[in-house]
Ligand binder design. Structure first.
Ligand code: ZN
Length: 480
């Protein structure tokens, strides 16, 4: 084997403990495909059948460990194939690493520097929040604000905010909201309203042209009836009303009209990141019409694996991430990563200020040394004043950059109450990919946990009643 070719051994395991899991053949196929794609030569394959994974009493596994060093990587289908035991997995991984072998998962292979990506994505997500600074208050402070019906940095189309951070009607935007409700109550389809709005220059908070989901959310946002809500705190009449309650109720009853030739189905937040566990391909965002012409959006695969509803997957996953962040330790760990790596522009500016400060200090020291040696020049006085001013300016700048930096404790508060990051922003920030199996959806997140593996989130799939499902459901979760 030539030196420059990367080599892999594949380890597969089938436990029989679950009703459905990828068979040894499926695991090997996906792993072989991965090797072909990534340019690895396979130098060995090991498979354990019907072994629990908890115990290390797995003959092929032991053989693979004993032979370690024959390849650059050990490739597994998913990390849980390697070991389910959180205690011996690190020990074996350590042993392999000592021999220069990395354990890689074909389905969860992470890009280099996942934490760096998380940080960048969070900054992107924050950029979408109107006022990061306003959102960075402590949870208690924000709750106090919520009881007083302050915006807490949450932007709602149709409203602005006054100096006391209370919602006030933005008449131009409110006119658009009222028009949307009126046209919807006249049975105009949402996408037709949306495309008209987009043509007239209506944009989302992030500056994208108005689309289906913006109008859809508008028509279902109770806040327009004056119903304030933030983080579980609800105050009816807590903000100015744009839509009266009767009109709002009427809009909720409107049934979508007949399908139009071309519809804007919006962007799928997880497109390119939802992977079919049956075949390893990307699941494409697709849409269709079910019973009673109700519109469904889902992620589906060419191989015919069971599709997953878009709204369910995206929302459950975003909620699961919010749940993960409710753990203070996790939130703090992530915010410390941001503290350690400030925004690039701030980091640059800070470095420049530091250099300027150091230069001024060195200059002052040199002059002092000269004076101590009895050298006194007339221009020293001016130069000293100049350098002292330079030093003071640099220190002022540094203080202001530190002020602008995100305090880990406060940022953890922000993460924990999700301050204004919507589902799409949360998914974009945290999710590297989602593996969709018939029973569950397993998300691989950008952040490492202590075991030095990508964090994983698993959500059980619930069968839905909708028409696009291959099987009819006898036990619908959401009654029609
Ligand atoms: Zn598939």
């Amino acid at each position: 084997m030539p030196e420059d070719i990367k080599t892999a051994v594949i380890y597969a395991r089938f436990s029989c403990s679950k009703q459905r899991e990828a068979s040894i053949d499926d695991q090997l196929r996906v792993c072989r495909d991965w090797c072909a794609r990534e340019g690895y030569a396979i130098v060995g394959e090991y498979s354990d059948y019907a072994m629990s994974g908890r115990s290390d009493d797995r003959p092929q596994f032991q053989k693979m460990i004993a032979n370690a060093g024959e390849s650059d990587i050990v490739l597994v289908y998913m990390m849980d194939r390697f070991s389910r035991d959180e205690y011996d997995a690190p020990a074996y991984k350590h042993e392999l690493r000592r021999k220069g072998v990395e354990v890689v998962s074909a389905m969860e292979a992470m890009p280099d520097g996942p934490e760096r990506i998380l940080i960048e994505k969070i900054y992107e997500g924050l950029a979408a929040v109107e006022s990061v600074k306003t959102s960075m208050r402590t949870r208690r402070g924000m709750e106090g604000n919520a009881l007083k019906c302050k915006t807490n940095g949450v932007r709602v189309y149709g409203y602005g905010r006054n100096d006391d951070d209370e919602y006030v009607v933005n008449e131009d935007e409110a006119a658009i909201v009222r028009e949307a409700f009126r046209r919807s109550c006249d049975h105009e389809p949402v996408d037709s309203i949306a495309s008209d709005f987009a043509r007239r220059g209506v944009t989302t908070r992030t500056g994208r042209p108005c689309g289906y989901s913006m109008v859809y959310q508008m028509l279902h946002n109770r806040k327009y009836t004056g119903f304030y809500s933030w983080g579980g705190i609800e105050v009816d009449g807590g903000m100015p009303q744009i839509i009266d309650k009767a009109t709002f109720a009427m809009a909720q009853e409107v049934k979508p009209k007949k399908r139009r030739a071309s519809e804007d189905w919006g962007t799928f937040a997880l497109s390119g990141r939802a992977i079919c566990s049956e075949c390893g391909h990307n699941m494409a965002g697709t849409s269709g019409r079910g019973k009673k012409n109700v519109k469904y959006e889902y992620y589906g695969c060419r191989c015919g694996a069971k599709p997953v509803r878009r709204d369910w997957l995206e929302h459950e996953l975003a909620e699961a991430i919010r749940g993960m962040l409710r753990d203070r330790e996790t939130a703090l760990r992530i915010s410390h990563m941001l503290w350690d790596e400030p925004e690039p522009e701030i980091a640059d500016a800070r470095r420049r200020a530091m250099a300027s400060k150091r230069k001024a200090e060195n200059g002052l020291q040199n002059i002092m040394a000269a004076i101590e040696q009895g050298i006194v020049m007339p221009e020293f006085t001016d130069r000293i004043a100049q350098l002292q001013a330079q030093k003071a300016r640099a220190e002022r700048d540094l203080a202001s950059y530190d002020e602008a930096r995100i305090d880990p404790e406060e940022f953890a508060d922000f993460l924990q109450c999700g301050g204004g990051m919507d589902d799409a922003a949360v998914l974009d920030s945290f999710v590297y990919q989602v593996m969709v199996t018939p029973e569950e959806c397993v998300a691989t997140l950008y952040c490492d946990d202590e075991r030095n593996e990508p964090a994983r989130l698993s959500i059980a799939r619930v069968r839905t009643f909708s028409g696009w499902c291959p099987q009819r459901d006898s036990n619908p979760r959401y009654p029609p």
